[in-house]
Design a protein around this ligand. Structure first.
Ligand code: COA
Length: 185
């Protein structure tokens, strides 16, 4: 029987800081991974209207501006091709009790479950530490199986809140790491 091979079985994974030249490949991963992850969770209309071009423009803005809230990002490359990214910085909610946030982590489905996510989170944690942060939180949709990934890395369930996406009310859950020196806990 034919065997499906995965990206990292064939290629070497490298993690590096993202630059503005990565805006287009990051946007592609962002849109493809949203469609792979959120079908059945987020309204179809939202997913069908995602635009790589619009995302690229947003990423050009944030990656080219060192003061932008979403400036700091790492990419995972497989043989020179971006297959995942993570970005991080100061939390959007100032009263969270955490001084760092993992804003997003998305990896193409073909590269899942081979350690790329752990490598990207480790890079983000080191990036947060370099910027003087001591703790980290992350928001994840309640129905997203990725919650298991954060729990595996020692994230502690904090609280949840409603979020409206495409006119539908969904729930988001926050996980936290209070001491990044002890990461992954
Ligand atoms: C969530 C995601 C980043 C995890 O990345 P990954 O490369 O697949 O994870 P890793 O291979 O590094 O896994 C690290 C550990 O977590 C475990 N793990 C990974 N995904 C898991 C899941 N969904 N549930 C439970 N455990 C999980 C792995 O088994 C591994 O455990 P081990 O230490 O015992 O080997 C990736 O699946 C992804 O991009 N998903 C789609 C996008 C998404 O949902 N992003 C989060 C938005 S908030």
């Amino acid at each position: 029987m034919a065997r499906t091979s995965s990206i990292s079985e064939l290629l070497m994974i490298a993690i590096r800081k993202a630059t503005v030249e990565d805006a287009s490949p990051i946007a592609t991963v962002h849109v493809v991974a949203w469609k792979e992850t959120y079908r059945g969770i987020v309204p179809d209309e939202v997913l069908n209207n995602l635009s790589i071009q619009r995302r690229t423009e947003q990423w050009v803005n944030s990656l080219s501006d060192t003061t932008h809230a979403y400036h700091h990002a790492f990419v995972a490359e497989a043989d020179g091709q971006v297959v995942g990214f993570a970005n991080f910085g100061s939390p959007q909610e100032k009263d969270s009790g955490f001084d760092g946030e993992l804003f997003a982590i998305y990896i193409l489905h073909a590269a899942h479950k081979q350690g790329v996510g752990r490598m990207l989170v480790n890079a983000a944690v080191n990036g947060l530490r370099e910027e003087g942060h001591t703790s980290m939180m992350v928001w994840v949709l309640k129905d997203n199986p990725a919650r298991g990934f954060y729990e595996r890395l020692g994230g502690v369930y904090l609280y949840e809140k409603p979020i409206e996406i495409g006119g539908e009310k969904l729930m988001e859950v926050a996980y936290g790491w209070r001491n990044l020196d002890k990461f992954p806990a």
